[in-house]
Design a protein around this ligand. Sequence first.
Ligand SMILES: [Ca+2]
Ligand SMILES: [Ca+2]
Ligand SMILES: [Ca+2]
Length: 424
Amino acid sequence: MRNRTSRRGILAALGALTADVSLFALMGTGAAGAAGAATIGPDSFGYTATSTSESLRTLSGGALTLSVGDDQVQSVPIGFPFSFYGTSYNDTYVSSNGFLSFDPGVSQGCCSGNTLPQPDAVNNAISAFWTDVCPGTGYSTSYCYGTIRTETIGTTPNREFVADYDIVSYCCSISGPRLKFQIILHETTNVIQLQYGQLDLDPYSRTQAAGIEDAAGTTGLQIGLGELIGLLSHGGWIISSGPTDTDAPIATPTQSPAANGAGWNNTDVTVSWNWADEVGGSGIDAGNCTTSSVSAGEGTITLAATCADIAGNVGNATTTVMVDKTDPTVSAAASSLSLGSHSLTATATDVAGNTTTTTTSFTVTVDGTSLCVKIAQIVKAQAKGQTKVAANVLGALDNELRAQTGKALTAAEAALISSLAAQL
Ligand SMILES: [Ca+2]
Ligand SMILES: [Ca+2]
Ligand SMILES: [Ca+2]
């Protein structure tokens, strides 16, 4: 609510800030949980709140910017059925004062938070930071700051409805303190997540409330009431009615394109991790999970990924792909060929499927050195007892001599070499 406090009044309120900071949290039945987490509850329905680290969601450009100004409520579709205290809802009513409700007739909650639970004008509600928040939209554009946006993100069955109080102000200070916090509703698991980024002090010291309460306002969980900046800043709370989740998500990686029958790929490989939490678990925290990975380079490549569930359990996974993007090389000896011009074509395919076809043109000639090489091949083959090889080379030599008789060699020279070779 717009409060035309005098400059003197503002200064007096600022002077009281130091004392107010210590008025933290009328914490419920708080108890130390795993990994230093605080837990509150359960309430009589079975909801328990557990502290977590900051994990703010990033909304897309397609998010809905609510048109609410100071102290107003807007109806927004959740995008999936969400169960709260045993009743399923498709729509929620977002108040510009830091909470949402499932009651179409809910009050906008001006101008400070209240005890949770308590039967009053705000019931059936999830309060992230219920106090006199004021976005710079609607009729309060000229004297407040920031926007409230909503979006349903992710894919079925792990979608999330996010109400994002995006750098909004308290009433009514367009250039004053800023607030960034989110209320996240999870599909399927019906887990509630409260996330906090920047929370600046309220110079007016109005009461802030965080927690949940049922439709009657008689059952609920109070995470905090009072000055909550120190309790909530850059952290989060998970509120769930399910059993305690201590199991990390599991990956079932698949790769694209698929490997060939020998297990190889000849291009980079994309691995989709396909995370899932255990049946009855809190569900994967999609914002903190590796969706896919792409290999780089060649050889046997190990890819790694992580995924947290809503309760904060972190799963790790690795998978190995084999990538060969290099074509094989083709080579052949020309020594068995006859003299003259040749054109040879050869094709080779490696196990990864890379294929090379090479065509080469060349001319075989003969000189003293190559003749000696030929003779040496015959001698070597004979020394190894490879009589067939020796005979083939000798035959080839004979052919070449005949071909060169009267050209590179005189008839007499050819006859002499042939007779000498025959003695080998
Ligand atoms: Ca209430
Ligand atoms: Ca307000
Ligand atoms: Ca789990």
